[in-house]
Each structure stands twice: as structure tokens, then as C-alpha cells.
Design a protein around this ligand. Structure first.
Ligand SMILES: NC(=O)c1ccc[n+]([C@@H]2O[C@H](COP(=O)([O-])OP(=O)(O)OC[C@H]3O[C@@H](n4cnc5c(N)ncnc54)[C@H](OP(=O)(O)O)[C@@H]3O)[C@@H](O)[C@H]2O)c1
Length: 280
């Protein structure tokens, strides 16, 4: 199988590039292809003629998107639809990475793939618009929503917590946002399997289990062997430009339909910390 990863230099893209063996994989960063450019996107698709494109490229600075709305929509919405159009013209399958932030967070039970989109932030809105736009031009695309992604080789929540916990005695972390942490390596392996299974439609993929950011931080500090005390706080005391959903647990039933599941987030965290130690 010939595969092109767009966004191959990002946190997930790097793991995906490393994990995807046994196929002919081309991994591209924004220097190789800017998805805001018609000619660059068309050129890449015509040149590589992939059977699958995995689109992991996005402007992912959730707070930055609030002040850079045009950039958010140029990359995350128009750029993504541009890639879908190019894929459609070449008969190429597409797996597009989307996010739990397309939901409003008002539910108290896991979000199913067909729950209504109601993003609360510019980032979420740009990704929700992309999902709709991609469906229109490429009905058999696979839209893969994930959440709270962490891994070695890029900025992520565990890395921030480890740094803070190494220099402070106490940390405050919000305990009123609940979701599912997802390890890049587990997600990458799932993406490979989904493409090999010719997945289509919307699929949710996260590590198994759910927690608050506070729970996650406490586990990171504990498993990381640090002594900092993690205290719970609330989102109203930790105001950020973009509103985050209070609850964004994604149901795993769509993934179960493909006979797939991911390990627990606690297991993933231990493997991440081991890998981090090995790489330092
Ligand atoms: N991180 C999370 O918690 C999370 C949660 C849910 C969903 N997602 C989704 O998962 C995907 C991967 O996220 P990530 O955390 O791995 O992202 P990331 O680390 O921020 O990487 C973003 C990638 O997009 C590329 N990119 C940015 N602008 C581009 C443009 N105009 N043209 C082409 N490429 C461009 C970057 O290329 P360069 O580095 O070469 O500039 C980089 O490879 C995204 O679609 C994101 O929305 C992420």
C-alpha cells in the first residue's frame, strides 16, 4: 500500500511515521506541502499517487486559534477540504484527524460518533467545519476523532506537568474537565489498522478509560517518581482564551465495530514515561 502522511512532523505524525512499517510511506511536513496551497496539494497527490492519505496536519494551538481565526480556518477547514478534494480527484482514500473539541461538553455519558457537533472554540469550529466539508467531497473518508494526545517528541500535557513538578512543590490542575488521554504510539498503531481495514465513516479512538486533567497530572507525578503535590482547581480559576468542553469522553463503540481497542491510559502513561527516560 502507498501511504502519504501529511503532518508527519507533528506529535502524532512522527509516531505514525515510525510505527507504520510494511507499506510504502511518505511523510511530509509543512515545508514539503502547505495545505493552504492548491498547487502544492495537487502536486503532492499527483506525484505520490497514494492509496491512502492520513491528514494529521493542523493548526493545533487551541488558544492561538481564538486570536488567529483566519489562520485556523485556512489550515484546519479550507486546507483539510482542499486535501479531500485532491484525494477525491485521484481516487485516494483519506483518514482525517479530528477532535473531541467538536462537542460542547454538556453530555455526561460518552459521545457517540453521531452526536451533534457544537464546538465551543474557534479550533473546534474549524475542525467541525472540516468534517462537514470533507464528507461533502469525499463521502467515504474516515474521520477519526481523538483527544488529549500525548507522546515523546513534542509539546504535550505530561511533558509540561513533569517540568512543573520538577521545579515546584505544589501544582494546581483543573478537576472539572473530563476526557480520555491518548498515547501517540497507540493511536498510530490504530490508524494503521484502520487503513488496512478500509475504514470509512466517523470513528472515535482514545486510550481506554477516562479521567480529569487533575487525575492525569497526579498519575504523571506519581508514576514519574516526583514529590510535588497536585491540588485540584476549577476552570473558572484558570481562565484561558479558548473554552474547553467540561466532558469530552469519546465512546469506543465505533472502534469496537472494527474489532479494535486501545490499552488503558494508565498503561500508556507508564510506557510513555519509560520511553521518555530511554530517550533522555
Ligand atoms: N494534540 C492533541 O491533543 C489532539 C487532540 C485531538 C485531535 N488532534 C488532532 O490530531 C492531529 C495531529 O495533532 P498533533 O498534536 O500531532 O499536531 P502538531 O504536533 O501541532 O503537528 C501539526 C502538524 O501540522 C503541520 N502543519 C501545520 N500547518 C500546516 C500547513 N499549513 N500545511 C501543512 N502542514 C501543516 C505541522 O507541520 P510542521 O511541523 O512541519 O510545520 C505538523 O506536522 C491534528 O489534526 C489535531 O487537530 C490533536
Amino acid at each position: 500500500m502507498r501511504v502519504t502522511i501529511i503532518g508527519g512532523t507533528g506529535l502524532l505524525g512522527k509516531a505514525l511515521t515510525r510505527e507504520w512499517t510494511g507499506d510504502e510511506v511518505t511523510s511530509l511536513g509543512s515545508r514539503d506541502v502547505d495545505i493552504r496551497s492548491d498547487s502544492q496539494v495537487e502536486d503532492v497527490v499527483c506525484r505520490h499517487r497514494p492509496e491512502w492519505i492520513v491528514l494529521a496536519a493542523a493548526y493545533t494551538d487551541v488558544d492561538g486559534c481564538e486570536t488567529n481565526r483566519d489562520l485556523a480556518f485556512d489550515v484546519n477547514f479550507r486546507g483539510a477540504v482542499r486535501v479531500a478534494r485532491a484525494a477525491a480527484s485521484q481516487g485516494t482514500r483519506l483518514l482525517f484527524l479530528s477532535t473531541d473539541y467538536v462537542f460542547d461538553g454538556r453530555k455526561t455519558t460518552p459521545y457517540e460518533t453521531n452526536d451533534p457537533l457544537a464546538p465551543q472554540s474557534v479550533y473546534g469550529e474549524s475542525k467541525a467545519r472540516a468534517e462537514i466539508g470533507i464528507r461533502e467531497v469525499l463521502p467515504d473518508a474516515c474521520i477519526l476523532r481523538t483527544s488529549w494526545v500525548f507522546g515523546v517528541g513534542g509539546k504535550c500535557f505530561p511533558e509540561t506537568i513533569l517540568k512543573l513538578a520538577a521545579s515546584r512543590k505544589e501544582l494546581e490542575v483543573v478537576a472539572d474537565q473530563r476526557g480520555c488521554p491518548t498515547y501517540t504510539i497507540d493511536l498510530a498503531r490504530t490508524i494503521v489498522k484502520l487503513c488496512r481495514k478500509e475504514a470509512r465513516g466517523t470513528v472515535h479512538a482514545t486510550n481506554h478509560g477516562e479521567c480529569t486533567w487533575f487525575d492525569f497530572a497526579r498519575a504523571i507525578v506519581g508514576e514519574g517518581g516526583l514529590s510535588a503535590v497536585v491540588n485540584p482547581t476549577t476552570s473558572d480559576k484558570f481562565v484561558r482564551p479558548a473554552k474547553r468542553p467540561a466532558y469530552s469522553v469519546l465512546s469506543s463503540s465505533s472502534l469496537t465495530n472494527y474489532g479494535l481497542s486501545l490499552p488503558t491510559w494508565q498503561d500508556a502513561l507508564r510506557r510513555y514515561l519509560r520511553k521518555l527516560r530511554e530517550s533522555s
